[in-house]
Design a protein around this ligand. Structure first.
Ligand SMILES: Cc1cc2nc3c(=O)[nH]c(=O)nc-3n(C[C@H](O)[C@H](O)[C@H](O)COP(=O)(O)O)c2cc1C
Length: 339
């Protein structure tokens, strides 16, 4: 997920049980032109494996080149995004835009497979709009071209993220495929929903998106629920805070302290949603530009306090916490060095 699933986020999801991780979608044009923001998104930690690099674009030559660049990073797979609904992406035939030109979708997929020395997968939507749903034909065509798995977000492009995902299409897609796995996606936002998607659709795997934002525990909870029928107790406040602190620390290690602290601000809403005083806590965390300042507030905040007060560092000093946090493995060679 763009602006969400960077290496720090993915490492934490992995710890709580995510089996397969993907990078944010990466612009083919950005990669071909060496745009720093795009190249950066190729990075992953070895301990994330298996990990897929996801690319998008509507320019056939650029996607071909981008596939080679992504391949050189040695991910476990390369995923093509044919599902993004955003206007500035679809207007250039990127993302779900390609659903209006299936021969081009076929050519792009074939050229990525040709460039890649590892499995290539596709993520797409049901169709452009209600009048043009051709997902069964698309699935068969992509399998014939040679993809290794297909992920389907069970909405049309016209739906964007609105309404309910239409899971009733997933069994039809499953029936259209011969051998490759189908990954179901859309509204599997809680363990019970993941179970329901498996039961109702017969998909081979379920992809979790928004349900993991601020809630990496969803992977642990889902696995437990699938095995035992019971959802584990939610994380304690201390566990939640420790994960936020670690997320922040990993962000700073990856991006540098200033950028890491700034980018982490987007994450607090998800982590503290529904908690007493969440917005006050967020406000306080936003006041700091240094990691230790944020940690001091975070680690001393007591959500059960009836009255809000300015937290004072007492029990645990950030330096102590820092020592307890696992260090990330080194990132592989800088992506910018890729030829
Ligand atoms: C903030 C955000 C960013 C996203 N970025 C991507 C992306 O880069 N690549 C992708 O394949 N899907 C992306 N998606 C779509 C999700 O992967 C997923 O298909 C969609 O949210 C439906 O699944 P969910 O109900 O489990 O969230 C994004 C979704 C959100 C909310």
């Amino acid at each position: 997920m763009e602006d969400v699933s960077d290496p720090p986020f993915r490492i934490i999801c992995k710890r709580y049980g995510a089996d397969l991780l993907y990078t944010e979608f990466i612009s083919s044009g950005g990669l071909v032109h060496g745009a720093e923001g795009s190249v950066r998104k190729l990075e992953f930690y070895e301990e994330e494996r298996p990990v897929g690099i996801q690319i998008f674009g509507g320019d056939e030559e650029q996607v071909r080149e981008a596939a080679a660049i992504a391949d050189a990073q040695e991910p476990d797979l390369i995923d093509i995004n044919f599902g993004c609904p955003v206007k500035k992406v679809v207007c250039k035939d990127g993302g779900a835009g390609i659903l209006r030109d299936l021969p081009k979708m076929e050519r792009i997929t074939a050229s990525v497979i040709e460039q890649a020395t590892r499995p290539v997968t596709v993520k797409t939507r049901l169709g452009w709009n209600d009048e043009s749903i051709q997902i069964e034909q698309v699935a068969r065509m992509l399998e014939d071209v040679g993809i290794a798995a297909l992920a389907v977000h069970a909405r049309t492009r016209a739906q964007m993220y609105r309404g309910e995902a239409r899971w009733t299409w997933l069994p039809k897609v499953k029936a259209a495929l011969r051998d490759i796995p189908l990954i179901g996606n859309g509204d599997a936002t809680a363990p019970e929903k993941v179970q329901a998607m498996f039961d109702e659709t017969g998909v081979d795997a379920v992809m979790i998106g928004r349900g993991a934002i601020g809630n990496p525990w969803i992977f642990r909870d889902t696995k437990a629920f699938l095995e035992t029928g019971e959802v584990p107790a939610p994380p304690s406040w201390d566990e939640r805070v420790a994960v936020v602190a670690e997320h922040l620390t990993l962000k700073c290690a990856w991006l540098g302290e200033r950028k890491g602290v700034l980018e982490m601000r987007r994450m607090y809403g998800g982590y503290f949603k529904g908690h007493r005083g969440a917005s006050q806590l967020r406000q306080r965390l936003m006041e700091f530009k240094d990691r230790d300042g944020v940690l001091e507030v975070l680690l001393n905040w007591r959500p059960e306090d009836e009255e809000l007060r300015v937290p004072v560092a007492t029990a645990v000093k950030p330096a102590v916490i820092k020592a307890r946090l696992p260090r990330p493995a080194r990132l592989p060679a800088k992506a910018s060095q890729v030829a």
